[in-house]
Structure formats: structure tokens, C-alpha cells
Ligand binder design. Structure first.
Ligand SMILES: C=CC1=C(C)c2cc3[nH]c(cc4nc(cc5[nH]c(cc1n2)c(C)c5CCC(=O)O)C(CCC(=O)O)=C4C)c(C)c3C=C
Ligand SMILES: [Fe+2]
Ligand SMILES: [Fe+2]
Length: 337
């Protein structure tokens, strides 16, 4: 049976105009695995409040980072797809969970090329209900409804794959380029604490109490918090970082529920206040640079740091279309095929 690959990322609005941002946010935030409250409450919150208030501000933020070719997240994902395709004979497609480049279209294009067996690669190193799970569940629904003869397998979270850790570590080293820094912050996209408890397959392990994520458990296969802390620990080990010179935080919280802590903005503020003059920041929950790295970190984060007396703020790019990352994806594809 002919095999094919579908890389899947989050998606972006079609343009940075408020009407396109509103359409995109509407689809994104109405996903019950992103805002996980009952449908009536989600509808009230998203359609009644968020979509009437947020799109204008979000559009302004998107305008600051938008490229001539389009959304950075989409353009960088396309560059990745193109480079991976050059490493393999197997057709490599690209889709987005939200927006115009749908998973349905991506699967249809592979089927049109005669593909009968697909490896779905969610472009997220760590598992989360709001990212990997929603992709896999939707692909499964589309397969059942539209492509009953298509076989789909998905690549699990690869946060602790030694080769992934090596690629990420070398990328950090390359971008720091020998520059010294006082603190390296690993900032991951946040999720509400509730998401962590919902994904706990043991139903009792995750207490978000500081110790559960470092106590061995089969819950960690689906624990986003554990997986983020592990990436930091493993990269720290790989690069022989000195204890106290690096830490983990969580960014991009929305709403009033408790999200994973410590929060990135408050951490940057604290580091500045403590007299740290030179910090670097890496964002390993994202494979491609996007609004959350280019605006929230590289612009807003830097501003906070400078306001607190910090001097040098180095933002390390995501893996994007890094050659070693492309080679690793090509290797995983070869092993699967
Ligand atoms: C409200 C809940 C949200 C959850 C839960 C969430 C989890 C989550 N998101 C990413 C990756 C990305 N998120 C991006 C943007 C973004 N995320 C949310 C909300 C939640 N995310 C919003 C409202 C937005 C839109 C931007 C805004 O209005 O501020 C992006 C960037 C997309 C782009 O076009 O550049 C990414 C990527 C992860 C990895 C994650 C959970 C682990
Ligand atoms: Fe997000
Ligand atoms: Fe945990």
C-alpha cells in the first residue's frame, strides 16, 4: 500500500485583518479540547465575549509579525514540508488544525496521489489535549466519514527522544553563538491546570503540587507539564547547563482560571528585578515561530525585561526548517515506512 506523511501544525488566520482573525479564533476557541467547558458555556464565552473583544487586539499583534509571504507559522511550516519532501520519495503533505489548510484537504491530496496509509505527524514535541489530541481525534473522525479505506497512524509526542533533544540543544547552542548569558528561560505555551488533570490516565497522579511531575508515573505519557519540565531537564543535561542558570515558565494564558505556573511574563519581570542583565529565551513547545514567539516573547517579553532594568534579551528561534531537524524528521519517516 502506498504510504504518505501529513505534517500538522496549529494554523493561522488567512490575513491579519480583524475579520479573518475573528473567523480563525472562532474555529480555534470553539474546539472543546481548547476551551473545555460545556458547549453552551463555550458558545457564550467565545461568541458572546471573546470574539467581540479580542480580534481587534489580536489582529494588531498579527500585523506586527506578518511577513510579505504570509503568516510566519504557515510559511515556516511550508519551508519545513518542502525540505522534508526533498529527503524522501514518500509524499509529504501539510495541514493545519484550524484555518484554510484543513486536515480534510491534506488527507484528500494524499489520497489523490494514491496514498492508502498515512503517518500523521502533529508538530508538537509535547502531548496536550489542546494540540496533539485534537489533531488525532479530528483526523480519525475525518477518516471514518470520508476515507474509510485509509489507514492512519500518528507519531506520539517526541519530547524525550534523545535525537530530538540533541537537535534542540545544538540549535540553542548555535543561536547563542558563544554569547554569554546570566539566565536561559525555557518558555512553553501554557494550558489551564484543569487540562493536566483531565489528561491524567491514572485519574489520581497529577496534583500540580511541584512533585508529581518528577515522580515516575504512567500518567506522564500524557502529562504536558511533566513533558515540558523534562525537555528543560534533558537539554540542561545535554548542554551541561549550571544549576540555577536556567528555568521553566509558561506563557500565553487566557482568562481567569489558573494556568500552569510560573508565568513567563512574571518570570521575566522577576529576573529583571533580581538584577539579571543578560537573558536568553527559548520556546520549545513551538516547532515554528509564530505570534506567540515573535510578538509575545521577542517584542513584549523584551520590553518587560528592559523596563525592569535588563539589558540584553536574546530570543532563540524555533527549530523551523533547521537542517538537523529536517534530517531527524526524514529519519523517523524512513523508520516508519
Ligand atoms: C484558550 C485556550 C488556549 C489553549 C489551551 C492553548 C494551547 C496551546 N496553544 C499552542 C500553540 C499556539 N497558540 C497560538 C495562539 C493562540 N492560542 C490561544 C489560546 C489557547 N492556546 C489563542 C487565543 C491564540 C491566538 C492568538 C491571540 O489572540 O493571542 C499560536 C500562534 C498561532 C499563529 O498564528 O501564529 C500557537 C502556535 C500550544 C502549543 C498549546 C498547548 C500546549
Ligand atoms: Fe495557543
Ligand atoms: Fe505530572
Amino acid at each position: 500500500m502506498k504510504k504518505g506523511i501529513l505534517l500538522v501544525n496549529l494554523g493561522s488566520p488567512d490575513s491579519p485583518e480583524p475579520k479573518d482573525v475573528k473567523k480563525y479564533l472562532g474555529e480555534f476557541l470553539m474546539d472543546g479540547r481548547v476551551i473545555d467547558v460545556p458547549l453552551w458555556a463555550r458558545t457564550l464565552l467565545v461568541k458572546g465575549i471573546i470574539l467581540n473583544t479580542r480580534p481587534k487586539a489580536s489582529a494588531a499583534a498579527y500585523k506586527k509579525i506578518w511577513w510579505e509571504e504570509g503568516s510566519p507559522l504557515i510559511v515556516l511550516s511550508e519551508r519545513l514540508q518542502d525540505k522534508v519532501q526533498r529527503q524522501t520519495e514518500i509524499p509529504v503533505g501539510l495541514a493545519m488544525r484550524y484555518g484554510s489548510m484543513s486536515i480534510h484537504k491534506g488527507l484528500q491530496e494524499l489520497v489523490n496521489k494514491g496514498v492508502g496509509e498515512v503517518l500523521l505527524i502533529p508538530l508538537y514535541p509535547q502531548f496536550a489535549m489542546a494540540t496533539t489530541e485534537t489533531i488525532v481525534v479530528l483526523a480519525d473522525e475525518i477518516q471514518k466519514e470520508h476515507f474509510p479505506n485509509l489507514k492512519i497512524e500518528s507519531l506520539p509526542a517526541f519530547y524525550n527522544d534523545p535525537e530530538y533533544i540533541e537537535v534542540l540543544s545544538q540549535s540553542i547552542k548555535k543561536h547563542l553563538n558563544g554569547k554569554s548569558y546570566d539566565h536561559l528561560l525555557f518558555s512553553y505555551h501554557g494550558v489551564p491546570e484543569r487540562h493536566i488533570r483531565k489528561s491524567d490516565i491514572t485519574k489520581s497522579h497529577c496534583k500540580i503540587d511541584g512533585s508529581c511531575c518528577i515522580t515516575a508515573s504512567k500518567a506522564h505519557q500524557f502529562c504536558y507539564r511533566h513533558q515540558c519540565f523534562e525537555v528543560t531537564r534533558l537539554v540542561g543535561e545535554n548542554l551541561k547547563l549550571r544549576e540555577g542558570t536556567f528555568s521553566t515558565s509558561f506563557q500565553s494564558r487566557l482568562g481567569f482560571d489558573p494556568w500552569l505556573q510560573p508565568y513567563t511574563d512574571r518570570t521575566i519581570e522577576r529576573l529583571g528585578k533580581q538584577g539579571i542583565k543578560n537573558m536568553a529565551i527559548v520556546t520549545p513547545a513551538f516547532v515554528s515561530d509564530c505570534l506567540e514567539t515573535l510578538e509575545e516573547i521577542a517584542m513584549e517579553g523584551q520590553e518587560i525585561f528592559h523596563e525592569m532594568g535588563g539589558k540584553e534579551f536574546t530570543t532563540i528561534p524555533c527549530l523551523n526548517d533547521d537542517d538537523s531537524w529536517v534530517a531527524l524528521l526524514a529519519k523517523w519517516i524512513k523508520n516508519w515506512a
